[in-house]
Design a protein around this ligand. Structure first.
Ligand SMILES: [Zn+2]
Length: 259
């Protein structure tokens, strides 16, 4: 079935995203050079790099030095595979790739690209508390062009972007940069470009709900102390993905509570 192929494609995309995240951090090129073990430096071959399969076959360890690899690798591969499959199922409920209209196909591809970038931002912010310009600027440009082709109104997209960026810009100014970083401002701008008006509000709302729940959990579980740094970009990217797929349905559901 085609969903299985999409899932496997997602595993490979996720595997590539892991390489991107790793090499962005080490400031290496992610198109040149071969993969090496982080610990022993041994070259990793195709058989060591099959997404998910190699990790479980080798029990999460390097074949050459037996050092344990991070859980990040299989988790990012699985998360990417699930996300890309979910997008495919949402856009093509009949699971029929060939029945897709050109507009739907463009939407599918653009959501796949956007989501891949969101996953990189999510993991990078979670690991390093940083949102890189080299990641965010290309995807702002891509999303803008894709959404214009998909028939969005440019003015509304920019308005949503200014609301998203301004929301964090204001907090940045008020807190003199203590609550949030400049990366969050650019991420807010990106959210507006991806989601447009009025879903920028939906996403911000969802981000704060997720952020509060996770923070409460971390405080109770003693993983964080009051006032500790929280990688807010992770909540924002997750909320953007949820809103992208289910924004309309969530708003309908929310409004139905009051009518
Ligand atoms: Zn090794």
């Amino acid at each position: 079935m085609i969903v299985v192929f999409v899932f496997i494609l997602g595993l490979f995309v996720g595997s590539f995203l892991n390489v991107v995240i790793y090499r962005l951090h080490r400031q290496e090129s992610f198109v040149k050079g071969f993969s090496k073990c982080l610990f022993c430096g041994h070259r990793l071959y195709t058989k060591d790099l099959v997404p998910l399969f190699s990790y479980f076959y080798l029990k999460g360890k390097c074949r050459y030095c037996r050092h344990r690899f991070s859980h990040q690798y299989p988790l990012v591969e699985l998360a990417t595979a699930f996300s890309l499959s979910l997008i495919f199922i949402t856009i093509s409920p009949s699971f029929d790739f060939y029945a897709l209209q050109p507009g739907n196909l463009l939407q599918l591809l653009s959501w796949w690209v956007i989501t891949s970038f969101l996953i990189v931002i999510f993991v990078y912010d979670l690991k390093y508390y940083l949102i890189l310009d080299i990641v965010i600027f290309p995807i702002i440009l891509f999303s803008l062009v894709a959404n214009i082709f998909l028939g969005y109104n440019v003015g509304e997209l920019l308005l949503a972007a200014i609301i998203g960026g301004g929301f964090f810009g204001l907090q940045f100014i008020l807190s003199k940069g203590r609550w949030i970083g400049g990366g969050d401002i650019r991420l807010g701008f990106l959210m507006g470009i991806i989601l447009g008006w009025p879903h920028i509000f939906t996403a911000l709302f969802i981000a704060y709900i997720i952020g509060s729940l996770v923070s409460i959990f971390l405080l109770i579980a003693d993983k964080k102390k009051w006032g500790d740094k929280i990688p807010f970009g992770t909540f924002l990217t997750l909320a953007t993905f949820i809103t992208l797929l289910y924004g309309d349905r969530l708003i309908d559901w929310y409004l139905s509570l009051f009518i």
